[in-house]
Design a protein around this ligand. Structure first.
Ligand code: CTP
Ligand code: MG
Length: 228
């Protein structure tokens, strides 16, 4: 492979090392099956369908081997590694395994139904020169700001909801993570902003919703069954 084609290579870090406390199941959230397929497997398949070349799956330490069994069909394209305490630790650990890929996506395994066209959109925006890209959807509910004992309405049209995969020029994301130190960030785009990298938005999609609470799992199951 020439250095030019390395630069064109797209890697994804699928973060799956959380335990899923809010779902309250025995097994880690990413291992839970949706219509018979583990969440993390669906997330990885969506990455490939959207144009990603290789994936680093970041798993809970005690589950690395079992997660590996999910991906025996992709021995050369998927690597499973052990995650960290916070999400950003898991991303940082994943970054050490993306090799020379010029573009890197960071995706939550907890968003297993992300449509491949969203993945493709994020990749294309980075290819077009944006160093940090996030998929966003409008805020549909009314919002209020909490002020001590009362609340104040805010204009929801000035807010966007952020999804994953987020896409980056790999060297930019590496810089952002080395600058982050111990400071906690909600996501990788925010970390890039902290080093003055502009963040570009592309349209996300409702299907990229994050499975957080038990009701989200019910919804995902219904959607996935409808698809099959
Ligand atoms: N994640 C991770 N490493 C961590 C924490 C989270 O890789 N130390 C991943 C999760 O596996 C998930 C994504 O980050 O795919 C988004 O996190 P979240 O939805 O909060 O998942 P959990 O942390 O597993 O859930 P909870 O907060 O309810 O425990
Ligand atoms: Mg969490």
């Amino acid at each position: 492979m020439t250095s030019q084609s390395f630069k064109d290579e797209v890697a994804a870090i699928v973060v799956a090392a959380g335990s899923g406390v809010r779902l309250g199941r025995e097994i880690p959230k990413a291992a839970i099956e949706i219509a018979g397929v583990p969440m993390v497997t669906r997330a990885v398949q969506a990455m490939f369908a959207g144009g990603v070349d290789k994936v680093v799956v970041v798993a809970p330490e005690a589950w690395v081997e079992r997660f590996g069994h999910f991906f025996t069909a992709y021995p050369d394209r998927v690597k499973v590694i052990s995650g960290g305490l916070m999400r950003q630790d898991s991303v940082r650990l994943g970054l050490a395994h993306v090799g020379a890929a010029g573009i890197v996506l960071v995706h939550d395994a907890a968003r297993p139904l992300v449509p491949p066209f969203v993945v493709d959109r994020v990749i294309e925006a980075v290819r077009d020169g944006a160093p940090a890209v996030i998929p966003v959807v409008p805020q549909v509910d009314s919002l209020r700001r909490i002020r001590r004992s009362w609340t104040v309405a805010v204009d929801r049209s000035t807010f966007l909801r952020v999804q994953t995969p987020q896409g980056f020029d790999t060297s930019t994301l590496r810089r952002a993570h080395s600058n982050a130190g111990d400071k906690e960030f909600t996501d990788d785009a925010t970390m890039c902003e902290a080093i003055d990298v502009p963040v570009t938005t592309v349209p996300g999609d409702g299907l990229a919703f994050k499975i957080t609470d038990p009701m989200d799992l019910v919804l995902a199951e219904v959607i996935a069954r409808g698809d099959s």
